[in-house]
Design a protein around this ligand. Structure first.
Ligand SMILES: Cc1ncc(COP(=O)(O)O)c(C=O)c1O
Length: 327
């Protein structure tokens, strides 16, 4: 395989995933569309198996590894990828080990364990987790499953782009959250290969603006630290493979505030009846909040709700102070 996904590798992933995962709906809300003056639909990956899109890349990668007789798989993940690897490994009858940060939400850790993985906590920095996972791989012979910087993982995520195009051919803008960049790399490759005129917008929290700062600098920037309630988007840097794909295919990059993410969580719950985790609400925050970025959006917009693994105990009992349901 080449260093990035291709339309062919994404179609291959789609055939591998067929029948194993949900075809998640493109959900619309009349009130949100009329409030914004454009047609907006939400790709509900919060309803996906394991609660996030991550199962797509994990299943595609592990189906390849299963053919090469690996004795097991190991990964380092802030949560959703770990859950997905645990589920996919169990599907292929392989043992799985998952290294998570000490700060990983309990709901994600418990879910990975419930799928049969051995989960261990290690530090709070992605580099520490990665080193620990690589040591486990050396000791056990297990194959490492990267969270984003891998062609098979990106190809799996790209199947989401094919579904958007086929379910809503009129779409003109697709808005996607960015962590390490695997999701947007797969989606953008799928969509730009089929329909280059569709605009792809990447969204990241203000406190983790690695893609925006990399584009400004003209090189892949590694941040010293990141902070956001969107725990899946606080990666310090884009991947070595995802960075050039994002530079090639992603038209615009937008940062969103913590308040915008929180307000979107409430709006999605109030209007769409959707439970979404903060990382999964970042693209919606871009679409729903006012600002100059509104000019980038077209008339037929999809925002990817990338995950729904929110710990019920963490949902605030009252909406953010500024929150008002629009009418
Ligand atoms: C819910 C959710 N959305 C988006 C992302 C970002 O995905 P990527 O790292 O492929 O950019 C993650 C990553 O963990 C996630 O869990």
């Amino acid at each position: 395989m080449t260093s990035g996904p291709t339309l062919e590798s994404i179609f291959l992933a789609q055939r591998r995933l067929d029948g194993l995962i949900h075809r998640t709906p493109l959900v619309r809300s009349q009130s949100i569309s009329s409030m914004l003056g454009r047609e907006v639909r939400f790709k509900a990956e919060n309803l996906q198996i394991t609660g996030s899109f991550k199962i797509r890349g994990a299943l595609n990668k592990i189906s390849e590894l299963a053919q090469s007789n690996t004795p097991g798989v190991v990964t380092a993940s802030s949560g959703n990828h770990g859950q997905a690897v645990a589920w996919a490994a169990r599907h292929f009858g392989l043992p799985a080990r998952v290294v998570v940060p000490v700060t990983a939400p309990a709901i994600k850790v418990e879910a990975a364990r419930s799928y049969g993985a051995i989960v261990e906590s290690c530090g709070s920095r992605s580099r520490e987790r990665l080193e620990r996972a690589q040591r486990i791989a050396q000791e056990t012979g297990y194959a490492f499953v990267p969270p984003y910087d891998d062609p098979a993982v990106m190809s799996g995520q790209g199947t989401l782009g094919l579904e958007i195009l086929s379910d809503w051919p009129q779409v003109d803008t697709v808005v996607v959250p960015i962590g390490g960049g695997g999701l947007i790399s797969g989606i953008a490759t799928a969509i730009k290969s089929c329909r280059p005129e569709v605009r792809i917008i990447g969204v990241e929290p203000e406190g983790a603006a690695k893609a925006t700062l990399s584009r400004q600098a003209g090189r892949r920037v590694e941040l010293a630290s990141t902070a956001s309630i969107a725990d899946g988007l606080i990666t310090l840097a884009l991947g070595h493979l995802t960075y050039p794909i994002i530079e090639r295919y992603v038209d615009d990059l937008v940062t969103v505030s913590e308040t915008a993410i929180q307000e979107s969580l409430w709006l999605l719950m109030a209007r769409l009846k959707m439970v979404v985790e903060p990382s999964g609400a970042a693209a919606a925050a871009c679409v729903l909040t006012p600002g100059p970025h509104q000019a980038l959006l077209g008339q037929a917009v999809v925002a990817v709700l990338s995950g729904g693994n929110v710990d019920p105990a963490q949902v605030p009992a009252t909406p953010p102070p500024e929150f008002k349901i629009p009418h």
